[in-house]
Design a protein around this ligand. Structure first.
Ligand code: THU
Length: 141
């Protein structure tokens, strides 16, 4: 993999700037790395009806899948309230719905990078964050 986790986290921070969050003020960015080394970024996009809100992770996945991508290595996720200063970011974990979307397209070894900054992050496998997932294989018959 030519791209480092640091690079991916930087791209997630840049994507976070695009967040549309008039309701929560919580800005999230994601950077999704394909097996071939391409990156698709996403931000969260909220809605006055709340339910249609799309998380940053799903924005990145849906952009990538639309472009024909099906094989992914890792995703970096960064989040924090608008105005959060460097050094004060929390770790932001993907919500359950986003984990399920990951399970649709990624194997259990897919890497989820939860970052406070490019130098401060934790790594998880999809296996760890969504054990015993229901996935495409369950509909094979
Ligand atoms: N959100 C994400 O975009 N990704 C996450 O990993 C957690 C939550 C968004 C959804 C909503 O716009 C805001 O954060 C507050 O829940």
């Amino acid at each position: 993999m030519a791209l480092s986790y640091d690079d991916l986290i930087h791209q997630a921070f840049a994507a976070r700037e695009r967040a549309y969050v008039p309701y929560s003020g919580f800005m999230v960015g994601a950077a999704l790395l394909t097996r071939e080394g391409k990156v698709y970024t996403g931000c969260n996009i909220e809605n006055a009806a709340f339910t249609p809100t799309n998380c940053a992770e799903r924005t990145a996945f849906f952009k990538a899948v639309y472009e024909g991508e099906r094989r992914f290595d890792a995703i970096a996720v960064v989040g924090g309230m608008s105005g959060t200063q460097a050094g004060a970011f929390p770790y932001t974990f993907p919500c359950g719905v986003c984990r399920q979307v990951m399970a649709e397209f990624c194997g259990e070894d897919f890497t989820i990078i939860v970052a406070k900054s490019p130098g401060d992050y934790k790594l998880f496998s999809l296996r760890e964050l969504l054990p015993e997932a229901f996935g495409p294989g369950d509909l094979d018959h």
